[in-house]
Design a protein around this ligand. Structure first.
Ligand SMILES: [Zn+2]
Length: 264
């Protein structure tokens, strides 16, 4: 009898291993400030409230790299209530407003950066600031293409040859530039404006990215295309209840036509 139960348990756990869809909620932020100046700017007090809620409710903020390894089966387990924080665009308020809160809560944050803006655009951080943030071991830089283009527009306006060259610069070129500047491998990509198509997913893989992220509002999942993993963009109108529904999976389980669509 015991033997039978044992065999049965092994069988069931084997079955479990192949059928389970591993999921992690990944949040996507942009800018921070003491006041809300636009929808993409999150009040620092609201962000602190969200981090406090995560802590109180037993969530662990894990590095994107750990989540990716888990989804790919390279890491066996992560805390049951795990969440990933990413911030796109490299806005200077990441340095001035977000970093102090990140240091306080000691949470890992991935920054998706497009190199053309860094130490160049007024609104962006400098390379020195990015290095300083990475030296805390809490921040980590990954790729958000070379200059944040709209792939749809470019595909329409460029010849096929020009477009191929352009895509190579935005994907492979950005990876190379960021690796030179930051001195570590760049493994992940965040699609600009959440725009991607089947060809781009193949191109991203060819350019050497291990995983890529959209702003499609769903959990990142082992069952999804790893070049188009979901993320939840958090904007200023979201309440703490909305935030809870992103991380606890309620929004993920919502029927598609009921889900919020956020215009970028
Ligand atoms: Zn962006």
């Amino acid at each position: 009898m015991f033997r039978f139960v044992l065999v049965w348990m092994v069988f069931i756990s084997g079955l479990w291993g192949v059928t389970i869809d591993k999921k992690v909620p990944i949040l996507c932020y942009h800018r921070f400030g003491t006041e809300v100046v636009d929808s993409m700017t999150i009040k620092t007090s609201a962000f602190s409230e969200q981090m406090e809620w995560l802590k109180t409710n037993g969530y662990t903020v894990i590095p994107l790299d750990t989540a990716a390894a888990y989804l790919e089966g390279k890491v066996k387990a992560i805390p049951a209530k795990s969440v990933v924080i990413t911030v796109d665009d490299g806005h200077k308020s990441v340095y001035t407003d977000l970093a102090p809160i990140v240091r306080k809560y000691k949470i890992p944050v991935t920054l998706f950066i497009y190199p053309s803006a860094i130490s160049n655009a007024k609104y962006a951080m400098t390379w020195d600031q990015l290095h300083e943030l990475e030296s805390t071991k809490l921040f980590h830089v990954e790729s958000h293409t070379y200059w944040h283009p709209n792939f749809k527009h470019e595909k329409k306006n460029l010849s096929p040859e020009e477009y191929a060259k352009f895509v190579d610069k935005q994907l492979g070129g950005a990876k190379k530039k960021l690796e030179e500047k930051m001195g570590h491998p760049i493994k992940y990509l965040a699609w600009v404006f959440g725009i991607y198509d089947d060809a781009l997913l193949v191109d991203a893989k060819k350019a050497g990215y291990e995983m890529a992220f959209t702003i499609d509002r769903r959990h990142a999942a082992s069952s999804a295309n790893i070049m188009a993993e979901g993320r939840y963009m958090v904007i200023s109108k979201h309440t703490i209840k909305d935030f809870e529904h992103m991380v606890d999976g309620s929004e993920d389980r919502m029927p598609k036509d009921k889900k919020e669509v956020i215009a970028y």
